[in-house]
Design a protein around this ligand. Structure first.
Ligand SMILES: Cc1ncc(C[n+]2csc(CCOP(=O)(O)OP(=O)(O)O)c2C)c(N)n1
Ligand SMILES: CC(=O)[C@@H](O)[C@H](O)COP(=O)(O)O
Ligand SMILES: [Mg+2]
Length: 642
């Protein structure tokens, strides 16, 4: 039996054009049905829920008032885009979201003309909307539309540097564009920082209850709303303005705060702004994360992301776990060291729980810093902490660390400061897909002089790497580990400090040496078992370090084996490239060594289960086995196809 909600009005909407004749009351009803459909849909797939529920009315109002895809609607991060997808022709594919060959969990240009800009990393929407507004005014290609450019950005995301850089530029260029600040007073964790307090003060200074009356009055004063003169429309804008806001100082007309769940207010304001805006406008809408679905509203994170769940009870259907997650192993190990070393401090960029720093924040709040969505600042802040004699652990997902790269180069590496980088979500992450893959950190970290780069092969190794990073004070050090559960190995009582640049031998064999960097080691072991049945016993090494390389061990392997294969969970330019360089510099190829590297292919791999993504990258056990056979010249097509 299905709990599928009845959605008669929504059933009539395939694209926003189908909403055009609807009355305001029908639009409010449509929003109600869209909320039900969003909850039902996510209950079957899992995914991002709370943010989408907070923008249901906004989504309907924007699509009712504006004309996408001619008007450009850009969702910041775009984890809140599920309702938008449902009413822009993708409802029938929502059951495929975040799955192999299915819809992306984010906006994606290749997926729909209603997604004019892809996102998943935050705080890009205002820059993109401004670029489109300028292109429009310069007569950009007609197929790209000539309409309004609307960015919807959350209170967490607007605190990032990029958003301010964009507003600074927009205020200067004075182009007509609309920014909707979706202020739910939440990030994934409760928001931190002065900007968040400022937004709360704006709201406290002009509660929207007063504005509500004004908006409703304005609607009744605007029959038909668009025929009213500029004076009345401007009054509406003015009556909604607190005055002297930061946004106005930056050159935006500020409208709000308004109740982002009140369709009357949303429609009135959007219609007026559409009619009268002649430069950058910021509409400040107050919303609630998880709105309208009690389990999400009541969750600590506003139902930010969820596994599949029971639509009626809200109970999540999580798969049982067999081993602790790498994230929790890291968080626990760090706290154990922090108990003995008061110099240890931890920095997170808006992901305290995602990075496992929740425990540290609980035990040592004065030594744990959530700096908000501000990866660049997080890195340089950590550099400052190191320069001040502390031992900072700057814990950022691989994919988000990309944003702090110049800071890693210029502020950390160049000055040789001992910042520790625990890099979570290394490798392919699954449902979040290409935007969240940790593909590049091995390459971009190993290229930096003085940077030590480690990868944990399992959760016990991670404990040793935390201990090593605590002990290492000679410069920056990074250690990477993937999303999800460990492999279930026995955990050490205490982490051992590893010798910098030393690998570990896992299995002695002959003919071929498999040099693994990271958690592919378990796939390598499986491949080795299968190869043993074919009479091949590879030597297996866990490299532990991509920088500095264990040069002696690698050169010895190269000289004592017919073939050497490196394998790592990252793009070209990382571990394998450094090994190849070492081999070339030492003329090992001249002696006839067969060398192969297994790295991610030069494509962005779309979302699927991690195992399927690794299959697409040709990096699971069967493909490792095939690579060995092929390299040794005993290719077994059947194995290769498996
Ligand atoms: C550069 C970057 N850092 C971190 C994240 C992880 N992240 C995704 S959503 C989110 C919270 C965003 O808060 P807000 O903009 O207020 O949106 P809400 O979820 O509250 O609607 C964070 C930190 C990200 N997507 N991009
Ligand atoms: C949208 C976003 O960036 C986050 O919500 C991300 O999806 C979290 O990923 P994890 O589930 O791996 O923490
Ligand atoms: Mg928010």
């Amino acid at each position: 039996m299905s709990d599928r909600p009845q959605t008669p009005l929504l059933d009539r909407v395939n694209t926003p054009a189908d909403m055009k004749g609807m009355s305001d009351a029908e639009l409010a009803q449509l929003a109600h049905e869209l909320r039900l459909e969003t909850v039902f849909s996510v209950s079957e797939t899992g995914g991002h829920l709370g943010a989408g529920l907070g923008v249901v009315e906004m989504t309907v109002a924007i699509h009712a008032v504006f004309d996408a895809p001619k008007d450009r609607l850009i969702w910041d991060v775009s984890h809140q885009c599920y309702p938008h997808k449902i009413i822009t022709g993708r409802r029938d594919r929502m059951r495929t979201i975040r799955q192999k060959d299915g819809l992306s969990g984010f906006t994606k240009r290749s997926e729909s003309p209603y997604d004019p800009f892809g996102a998943a990393h935050s705080s890009t929407s205002i820059s993109a909307a401004l670029g489109m507004a300028v292109a429009r005014d310069l007569g950009g290609a007609p197929e790209h539309g000539l309409g309004d450019c609307i960015a919807v950005i959350g209170d967490g995301s607007i605190s990032a540097g990029m958003a301010f850089e964009a507003m600074n530029n927009a205020g200067h260029l004075k182009k007509r564009m609309i920014v909707i600040l979706n202020d739910n007073d939440m990030s994934i964790a409760p928001p931190t920082g002065a900007m968040s307090s400022y937004l709360s003060r704006l709201y406290a200074g002009a509660p929207f209850q007063e504005f509500k009356a004004a908006a409703k009055g304005a609607v009744s004063l605007l029959p038909p709303p668009f025929q009213e003169g500029a004076r009345r429309a401007k009054e509406l804008l003015k009556s909604a303005t607190v005055g002297g806001t930061l946004f106005e100082e930056l050159g935006f007309s500020y409208v709000g705060p308004i109740d982002g769940h009140d369709m009357d207010q949303l429609l009135a304001v959007l219609r007026t702004v559409k009619l009268r805006a002649d430069g950058p406008v910021l509409i400040h809408a107050i919303t609630k994360k998880g709105k309208g679905y009690a389990p999400a509203e009541n969750a600590a994170d506003g139902g930010h992301a969820t596994a599949k769940f029971d639509f009626v009870t809200g109970k999540q259907k999580k798969a049982p776990s067999n081993a602790p997650s790498y994230t929790s192993v890291f968080g626990k190990a760090l706290v154990e060291h922090a108990a003995e070393d008061s110099k240890i401090v931890a920095v997170s960029a808006a992901m305290p729980d995602g990075t496992g720093l929740g425990l540290m924040a609980e035990r040592y709040p004065s030594r744990t810093f959530d700096v908000g969505i501000a990866e660049q600042h997080a890195v340089t802040f950590a550099a400052g902490l190191a320069a001040g004699g502390m031992k900072p652990f700057c814990a950022i997902y691989s994919t988000f660390l990309q944003r702090g790269y110049d800071q890693i180069v210029h502020d950390v590496a160049l000055q040789g400061l001992p910042v520790r980088f625990p890099i979570d979500r290394a490798g392919l992450v699954g449902a979040d897909g290409a935007t969240h893959a940790g593909s590049f950190d091995i390459a971009f970290m190993t290229n930096l002089p003085g940077m030590v780069v480690m990868a944990a092969a399992d959760e016990a190794e991670l404990v040793h790497m935390v201990a090593t990073a605590v002990a290492y004070d000679d410069g920056p050090i990074a250690f990477r580990y993937p999303r999800g559960e460990g492999v279930g190995v026995e955990m050490p009582e205490k982490g051992e400090v590893l010798e910098i640049g030393k690998s570990r031998l896992i299995q002695e064999g002959n003919r071929v040496a498999l040099l693994s960097f990271g958690t592919r080691l378990s796939e390598v072991m499986t491949a080795a078992e299968n190869l043993a049945a074919k009479g091949i016993t590879p030597t297996i090494i866990d490299a532990r370090f991509a920088k500095p390389l264990d040069e002696d061990a690698i050169l010895n392997l190269a000289r004592n084996h017919e073939a050497l294969i490196t394998i790592e969970e990252g793009a070209v330019g990382g571990f394998g490239s450094h090994v190849a360089q070492l081999l070339a510099d030492n003329a090992v190829f001249d002696a006839g060594l067969k060398y192969r590297s297994m790295v991610f292919p030069d494509i962005f791999i779309d979302q699927a289960s991690p195992a399927d993504m690794y299959a697409a990258a040709a990096m699971n056990a069967p493909q490792i086995e095939a690579k060995v056979l092929e390299t040794l010249g005993i290719a077994d097509i059947a194995t290769r196809r498996a």
